[in-house]
Design a protein around this ligand. Structure first.
Ligand code: IPE
Ligand code: IPE
Ligand code: MG
Length: 253
């Protein structure tokens, strides 16, 4: 207990130091990242697309720690969309293998760092071994409290909403009881706060089916930097920008 309290104190000191060092006025509670541009990053270097995904995966580790250090409560990363199945089979297979490797390798480390792993998306159509690895990582880290790493994998916002509606009907939810809060409880992100900041790397200006319901009032930040090169400094630049936004939520300030 005393150890946990000391660790918590150390974590908040780290966060305070980062806020001061980077002149941040606010840190988003929930940051959601569309990690785009792995392919372009690789092509620019004359390397195969999969080398880009490999570099992108290494960056997930950096950014996860950079978020935890700054005191972010939830980091959602868009790792594979329901539409990414349209890619050539060898790329899909390559992405799945990279992910399987990463989960098994990183889970223990994330666990040591008190990070809880959450999965958004469907495990249908995923190999039994990978589905099992995901479940194992979620179970292993279930009681961790420093930050949630929400991995949006085989995730699509529309598929998620359709799944939620199916579950509500299956459970016989009374139509009168269908409120916005109740719908939130049936989404894959149940229990997590809505994202405050959505970051997209590699310059594209679209959502690509990411967190359609949850990001209703998120702030958006786009950068031309490709994901493998989006480091700690870039992340905190996005936080600094976030800190200068005026959020009105439809009201007046
Ligand atoms: C993002 O990089 C990773 C995934 C979608 C899995 P891309 O593979 O989309 O890279 P670009 O957009 O082709 O450069
Ligand atoms: C979005 O990137 C999905 C992920 C980052 C996992 P894409 O590269 O798939 O998006 P589009 O196809 O350019 O919209
Ligand atoms: Mg892309």
């Amino acid at each position: 207990m005393a150890v946990a309290a000391a660790q918590k104190r150390a974590d908040s000191e780290t966060a305070e130091r980062i806020l001061a060092e980077y002149g941040l006025s606010a840190v988003p509670r929930h940051v959601a990242i569309i990690m785009d541009g792995n392919g372009r990053w690789a092509r620019a270097r004359g390397m195969p697309r999969l080398a880009g995904h490999h570099a992108g995966r290494e960056n997930v580790r950096r950014i996860t720690m950079a978020c935890a250090d700054a005191g972010v409560e939830v980091l959602t990363i868009y790792a594979f969309s329901t539409e990414n199945w349209r890619r050539p089979a060898d790329e899909v297979w390559g992405l799945m293998s990279l992910l399987a490797e990463a989960i098994d390798r990183e889970a223990a480390d994330l666990n040591r760092n008190n990070v809880r792993i959450h999965h958004s998306g469907s495990l249908d159509g995923i190999s039994a071994a990978l589905a099992k690895s995901v479940q194992r990582a979620v179970d292993l880290t279930a009681s961790n409290t420093r930050m949630v790493l929400n991995v949006a994998f085989n995730y699509g916002g529309r598929a998620e909403i359709a799944r939620a509606v199916r579950r509500m009907l299956a459970q016989g939810v009374d139509p009168e009881g269908i409120t916005e809060e109740r719908i939130g409880e049936f989404l894959d992100t149940a229990g997590l706060p809505d994202p405050d900041l959505v970051i997209r790397t590699a310059g594209e200006m679209r959502l690509s089916n990411f967190l359609l319901w949850q990001a209703a009032y998120a702030e958006y930040y786009a950068t031309p930097v490709c994901w493998p090169e989006f480091g700690r400094e870039e992340l905190y630049r996005a936080f600094a920008d976030f800190g200068r936004r005026t959020r009105r939520f439809g009201g007046l300030v």
